[in-house]
Design a protein around this ligand. Structure first.
Ligand SMILES: CC(C)(COP(=O)(O)OP(=O)(O)OC[C@H]1O[C@@H](n2cnc3c(N)ncnc32)[C@H](O)[C@@H]1OP(=O)(O)O)[C@@H](O)C(=O)NCCC(=O)NCCS
Length: 195
């Protein structure tokens, strides 16, 4: 890639509701990304009706936050922040970044980097100290994105997904988050050994 200078307007926002126009653009971007190789769960294009139901459902789940990426004002992709349920006190310090994708027509402008950074900022603002993610080993662009942003690979799952009849490995990553308060992550990670 190298150098993402762009004349385009890039923006990312957390969605608490979706207008009909934004939902239509999001569904179109999602199907376009699925057709281009997916990597965030879906394998086959789903169509507007199924995806509309899906995204409306995401907005209703208390532990999920949906982030929209816009290129020149148009929704072209999304990401989700998954927070641990209230009963999972032991893992309340961490959260998961999931379903990061952009439509192929919106790639290469630095928008995915901005999208991931906005999710990280939100997770840190909510008090999470670690962000986890997992990704198919075949998603090379996404892996370059995450590693470029400092995600640390801690493991590989050899049978992570089934895609078009093939078993695909998955890579598992975490990233310590900087927050204004609390102990430095170095102390926390050091103390985790043997816990
Ligand atoms: C991963 C994805 C979101 C990247 O989108 P993008 O808008 O092109 O990414 P950006 O322009 O923000 O690039 C940011 C960094 O990602 C990496 N990257 C992205 N595309 C790349 C490519 N084709 N080749 C190499 N590195 C790439 C680079 O490190 C890049 O930084 P650089 O421009 O300084 O080199 C996009 O390719 C995508 O939607 N892929 C399919 C979905 C997917 O695999 N999601 C992961 C599941 S969690």
């Amino acid at each position: 890639m190298g150098g993402t200078a762009t004349a385009h307007a890039l923006s990312v926002e957390r969605a608490e509701s979706l207008s009909d126009a934004d939902l239509a653009d999001l569904c179109e971007a999602t199907d376009a990304a699925i057709i281009a190789g997916g990597g965030f769960g879906w394998v086959e294009p789903q169509g507007r009706e199924v995806l509309s139901r899906h995204f409306r459902g995401v907005l209703l789940v208390p532990e999920r936050e949906l982030f929209l990426a816009r290129l020149d004002g148009v929704v072209v992709g999304s990401a989700q922040l998954l927070r641990p349920p209230r009963n999972n006190e032991a893992q309340a310090f961490s959260a998961t970044l999931a379903h990061v994708y952009l439509a192929p027509y919106a790639r290469g402008h630095g928008l995915a980097r901005l999208l991931v950074q906005r999710v990280e900022e939100r997770a840190a603002a909510l008090g999470h100290r670690v962000l986890n993610l997992d990704v198919r080993a075949t998603q090379k662009d996404a892996i370059a994105l995450f590693e470029g942003l400092g995600y640390i690979r801690w493991g590989t799952h050899p049978a992570y997904a089934r895609v078009k009849g093939q078993t695909v490995a998955g890579q598992f990553y975490y990233k310590p988050l900087d927050t204004a308060r609390g102990r430095p992550m170095g102390d926390i990670l050091g103390g985790a050994e043997g816990a």
